[in-house]
Design a protein around this ligand. Structure first.
Ligand code: ADP
Ligand code: MG
Length: 240
């Protein structure tokens, strides 16, 4: 396999009873790449995330991550290998402080308290959460809660960060600063990103490459320019 490839998804399918949510989907994410995964509602994007991150078992197909076959691995094992995801809806312990939420993201992999504290602070620094570390997560405004969700995932210092609609509900200023954070994660930490997002302007701006899904199937791939001018993509998705 090409050593540039970090995640390889091969003929992945996932059924729910009679419904085929994802059908023979193949794509890859390169090291240091920001790959967009787009498509209309119900296209199978979140299901793809759930299968790739080990929350659901695939019905068929294979997953290779960082040179290792991870097909059928459970989520905790997948995340320990460096593939970490966020959820479409914020997931955090709402009654706990931002600090303690970020600690959870380190998987207790850091035994020394001082080292763990440094990891939490460095994470909060990059995410712009330093000033709210002692606040209860559930009491923060929506934009900051989003950042906490992402911070929990980033605290693990994954090789691949899978983000499910991270920009939903953010205002334009917040979107700009979150995109800047994604750039820094890649540049300063070598993190690759798989991004599911409906904000097309943001997707086109930040992604190196895009994969388009429709009805659970691969529809198209290419650079943002190529995808935007692809007639099949326009009629299935962008034109709507
Ligand atoms: P997207 O994230 O692209 O909007 P999803 O992956 O959430 O799409 O959904 C794809 C299809 O799979 C939809 O028809 C959805 O109703 C179905 N689906 C997703 N998760 C489940 C589930 N846990 N049980 C049954 N059907 C599901
Ligand atoms: Mg979804």
């Amino acid at each position: 396999m090409n050593t540039q490839v970090l995640l390889k998804v091969d003929k992945l399918s996932r059924r729910f009873g009679g419904l085929i949510a994802v059908n023979e989907l193949s794509f890859y994410v390169n090291k240091n790449e920001i790959l967009g995964l787009i498509g209309p509602n119900g296209a199978g994007k979140s299901t793809t995330f759930n299968v790739v991150s080990g929350f659901f078992k695939p019905s068929s197909g294979t997953l290779n991550f960082n040179g290792q076959d991870i097909t059928g691995f459970k989520s905790d094992r997948v995340s320990r290998l460096g593939l970490v995801r966020t959820f479409q809806h914020d997931s955090m312990l709402r009654d706990m402080t931002v600090y303690d939420n970020i600690v959870i993201g380190t998987f207790s992999s850091i035994k020394h308290k001082a080292e763990r504290d440094a990891r939490v602070r460095e994470t909060a620094e990059l995410m712009g959460l330093i000033e709210v570390l002692d606040n209860v997560a559930g009491s923060l405004p929506h934009g900051l809660q989003r950042l906490v969700s992402i911070a929990i995932a980033f605290a693990a210092r994954p090789k691949l960060l899978c983000l499910d609609e991270p920009l939903t509900g953010l205002n334009q200023t917040e979107v700009v600063s979150v995109l800047e954070i994604f750039h820094r994660m890649r540049q300063e930490y070598g993190i690759s990103i798989l991004l599911v997002e409906h904000n097309m302007k943001a997707v086109m701006e930040i992604c190196d490459r895009i994969v388009v899904l429709d009805h659970g199937e691969f529809l198209a791939t290419g650079t943002p320019e190529q995808v935007q001018s692809n007639p099949n993509v326009i009629s299935a998705y962008l034109g709507k």
